[in-house]
Design a protein around this ligand. Structure first.
Ligand SMILES: [Fe+2]
Length: 282
C-alpha cells in the first residue's frame, strides 16, 4: 500500500498516514484507498489542509460528485461540494445546520442508484461534542440471528428523503420542484458489497419508511428494531473532529449520524463531497 494503515481499536475505521491530500496523487493511491474501504469502511486522516478548490480537485478524482439535494448548502463555485455548517451567512446560528443529519442514515439512500463514498473535511470544530458516529452495516448484518437474516434476504425496502421514523428534521426542507426526492425508491434490505461480496443490512431510520408486503406500522417497527440492533454502542466508531481532519467512508456499507450535542454558538464548518459512482481515471 502507498500509505500506512493503522486500525482504530476494534472499530470499523483506520487512520491513514503518509499522504498529503492537497498534492496530486497517483491513480494507484485512489484505487488503494477504495480497496482499503472493504476492510475499514471509515478512513481517517489528520492534519490535512485543502481549500475548496483543492478539496474539489481531490474528491472529483474518485468519480462524479453528486450535487446535494439541499441547494442552500451547495458551494457557490463548486456545486458538487456542499457545506456542513451551523453558521448562517450573516454569522448567526443556523439552527437547521445544528440539527441536520443527527439521525442514522446513509447519504442518498433515497436515490435509485445510491452514492458510493462520502468525504468530509473539517475547517472549524467545536471544542467539545459535535462528533460523527459510524456503524459498519456488514458487521451489523452478521450480528443478526440466522432466522432474521433469512427473513430479511427476501425483503425490499422503500426509501424516500426524510420519510423514515427518524426523518422529521427534514420536513419542508425540499422545494416542491424536487419531486424526484419525494418518490419512493426500492432497495433490497440485504445488499452485497461490490468489492468484498459481503452481505450488508441496507436500512436506515432517516430515509427507510416501509417494506414491500408489510404494513406501515409494522414496517416502522421493523426499521426501528433493525437500527437499534445495528447501533450497538461497542460497534460505533465515534469520530471527534479537529480542524484539518478528513474522513472518507463507504456509503454502501455504513450508516452514520452527527451527534448534534455541541453548543450551537460553537462554530462547526466542514466541506462535504458525495461520490456518485467510483470511476478512477489514469
Ligand atoms: Fe450524512
Amino acid at each position: 500500500m502507498p500509505f500506512d494503515i493503522t486500525p482504530i481499536d476494534d472499530k470499523p475505521a483506520a487512520q491513514i498516514k503518509g499522504l498529503d491530500l492537497s498534492q496530486p496523487l497517483d491513480p494507484a493511491v485512489y484505487r488503494a484507498l477504495v480497496q482499503t474501504l472493504s476492510k475499514y469502511p471509515v478512513l481517517v486522516f489528520h492534519g490535512q489542509d485543502l481549500d475548496a478548490a483543492a478539496f474539489h480537485g481531490f474528491t472529483r478524482r474518485f468519480g462524479t460528485l453528486q450535487e446535494h439535494v439541499l441547494h442552500k448548502y451547495r458551494h457557490a463555485e463548486f456545486p458538487g461540494l456542499s457545506w456542513l455548517t451551523n453558521v448562517a451567512s450573516d454569522g448567526s446560528v443556523d439552527e437547521f445546520g445544528v440539527r441536520r443529519a443527527t439521525t442514522w442514515h446513509s447519504d442518498g439512500s433515497y436515490t435509485a442508484i445510491p452514492p458510493t463514498l462520502g468525504i468530509l473535511h473539517a475547517y472549524e470544530t467545536p471544542p467539545t461534542g459535535g462528533g460523527t458516529l459510524f456503524i459498519d452495516m456488514g458487521a451489523a448484518f452478521d450480528r443478526l440471528t440466522p432466522a432474521l437474516q433469512t427473513r430479511l434476504r427476501g425483503l425490499t425496502g422503500l426509501h424516500r428523503h426524510g420519510a423514515g421514523p427518524g426523518g422529521d428534521m427534514y420536513d419542508n426542507s425540499l422545494s416542491d420542484k424536487q419531486k424526484e426526492n419525494h418518490r419512493d425508491v426500492f432497495h433490497p434490505v440485504v445488499t452485497q458489497h461490490p468489492d468484498s461480496g459481503r452481505p450488508i443490512l441496507y436500512v436506515n431510520e432517516t430515509h427507510t419508511h416501509k417494506f414491500e408486503g408489510i404494513n406501515k406500522t409494522d414496517s416502522i417497527a421493523l426499521v426501528n428494531d433493525l437500527v437499534a440492533q445495528a447501533v450497538q454502542p461497542d460497534a460505533i466508531y465515534h469520530h471527534q473532529w479537529t480542524p484539518g481532519d478528513m474522513l472518507i467512508w463507504d456509503e454502501r456499507s455504513t450508516i452514520h449520524r452527527g451527534e448534534g450535542d455541541y453548543t450551537p454558538t460553537a462554530r462547526r464548518i466542514m466541506l462535504r463531497a458525495i461520490i456518485d459512482q467510483i470511476s478512477i481515471h489514469e
